[in-house]
Design a protein around this ligand. Structure first.
Ligand SMILES: C[S@@+](CC[C@H](N)C(=O)[O-])C[C@H]1O[C@@H](n2cnc3c(N)ncnc32)[C@H](O)[C@@H]1O
Length: 470
């Protein structure tokens, strides 16, 4: 097999890792497929990378649709770059994710047989659940004559960074976000201001970001634009007037920012200017109030976050933890730590990003929580110092980013000899790698595992694992 070769009539078998699909070639060679795919479909694939033992491919043609595939009954927008699984019925999506999690635990059976899996917990909202959405303005170059046709907004075409697809909404965002998005898009088109050109750093419009609080029905809108655009004062006045009008039209909009964005990279947040309303919006999760600022990290599915955090609390040995010290590692804004505050004696939330730590402190104050300490540090450095000071923790909650735990952090985790560890993961591959390190010396066993679906219509999945000291 070589790069560019077309592999014909291949049946897609299953989801494996990092959102890649698996198939077997008649020669016995392993095939991984990137992008949207449906298990059971028969496709032609193009080899994009050749590696020892496997090839990486992309679908170029679908010969036969999978028997499980079914058009979403209520999705006027079609399949955008975000919701590649939208035409897989939700019960099948859950089954694919559940199977993937079980498979990623297979290699742990040499340490522990009969791991207890709880059934996957579905997302309370299957459509319109995203509370954060970021859209890019891109020039659309007509395929026919290479002439710029004003512009479109929305997603990059699958696997093709230079091409975008134009959509008027997405199934993952709710009606309010879709309505306001369409309104802004219409304004942007009618303004005749040009779209930012990533290559030449010219043009005006760059991104629109929405932050949506479902439990308080509030919304924040951020428009990112190129501050070096000519005549920008005239254009800014017109843009500001439009956005204030927008806030009058949609009462849920409580905060509007302009982001003066001269970043060369395609990032949305530059110098922020509040042009309407409050500097933050508020979201409520499990009875606690959280401030959300333009840069705050917050789980992207608010309803799903309630389910996820409830599972973490359910897994903790609650009868015992009244006198326990809890470490909330990779804490973000300390959401999990604050939810644990009423159950435990003392919580320490450790997070790398200074803004997130500051947000955490503010949120704790807002909720009158006094037994959570916020530490701004890398987890690997923090653990080292904590152990040096002979401090102990009874319960460790670990919620790392997709890359999993830092190799320097893992050995120190073991030195704590904590009674319980709860590992929350958004990546089954790094989860099973880290779990192997934790259980291989027989000091801990996996008590139970529960997948929680926070991201319907995508391959992403969260897993909560409880480990107990043997
Ligand atoms: C999956 S998020 C967890 C957020 C939080 N537990 C929540 O539920 O909102 C992972 C967090 O780890 C932080 N992080 C990444 N690497 C880190 C490190 N080496 N030390 C400390 N925090 C880190 C990221 O900034 C991010 O906030």
């Amino acid at each position: 097999m070589k790069k560019g070769q077309i592999l014909e009539n291949i049946t897609i078998e299953k989801l494996v890792f990092w959102g890649k699909w698996f198939a077997k070639h008649e020669s016995g060679k392993t095939i991984f497929i990137t992008g949207g795919a449906v298990p059971g479909s028969i496709v032609d694939l193009k080899v994009i990378k050749k590696r020892t033992g496997y090839v990486m491919t992309q679908i170029v043609n679908t010969i036969k649709k999978s028997p499980i595939e079914k058009k979403h009954p209520n999705n006027p927008w079609g399949e955008t770059g975000w919701c590649k699984w939208v035409n897989i019925p939700y019960e099948h999506q859950l089954k694919i994710k559940d199977d993937q999690i079980k498979e990623s635990f297979f290699h742990l059976e040499k340490y522990q047989k009969n791991i207890a899996f709880e059934p996957i917990v579905p997302s309370p909202l299957v459509d319109g659940y995203r509370n954060k959405a970021e859209f890019s303005f891109w020039k659309h170059i007509s395929a026919k004559n290479g002439v710029e046709e004003h512009f479109n907004v929305w997603f990059h075409k699958q696997g093709m960074f230079s091409q975008i697809e134009d959509f008027d909404g997405c199934i993952l965002t709710d009606k309010l976000v879709n309505d306001v998005y369409l309104d802004i898009k219409t304004f942007a088109k009618q303004s005749w201001l040009p779209v930012y050109d990533q290559k030449w750093h010219t043009g005006f419009f760059r991104h629109i970001i929405f932050r949506r609080a479902f439990f308080t029905d509030e919304m924040m809108v951020i428009l990112s634009f190129n501050p070096h655009f000519n005549d920008r004062n005239i254009d800014l006045d017109m843009t500001k007037e439009y956005f204030v009008w927008l806030a009058e039209r949609y009462s849920e909009i409580k905060s509007i920012y302009l982001s003066h964005n001269d970043n060369k990279a395609d990032t949305a947040i530059g110098k922020l200017e509040l042009i309407y309303g409050n500097d933050v919006i508020h979201e409520k999760v499990l009875g606690l109030t959280f401030q959300i600022s333009p840069k705050s990290f917050f789980q992207t599915n608010s309803h799903g976050a309630e389910v996820l955090y409830s599972k973490v609390i359910e897994f903790a040995h609650k009868d015992n933890i009244k006198n326990w010290t809890v470490l909330d590692l990779y804490a973000g804004t300390g959401t999990i730590g604050m939810i644990f505050a009423k159950h435990a004696k003392q919580v320490t939330s450790v997070e790398l990003v200074p803004d997130a730590t500051e947000n955490g402190k503010k949120n704790a104050k807002l909720n009158n929580i006094e037994n959570v300490e916020f530490v701004n540090s890398k987890v690997e450095d923090f653990l080292w110092g904590y152990l040096e000071a002979w401090k102990q923790a009874d319960l460790l909650i670990i919620d790392p980013p997709r890359a999993g735990m830092h190799p320097k952090a893992l050995p120190n985790i073991m030195k704590f000899k904590s009674k319980q560890i709860i590992y929350v993961s958004c990546n089954p591959a790094t989860l099973s790698r880290d779990l192997e390190e934790i259980i291989k010396d027989w000091e801990y066993s996996i008590e139970k595992v529960c997948p929680v679906d926070m991201f319907p219509h995508t391959h992403h999945i969260e897993v909560v694992v409880s480990l107990v000291k043997n």
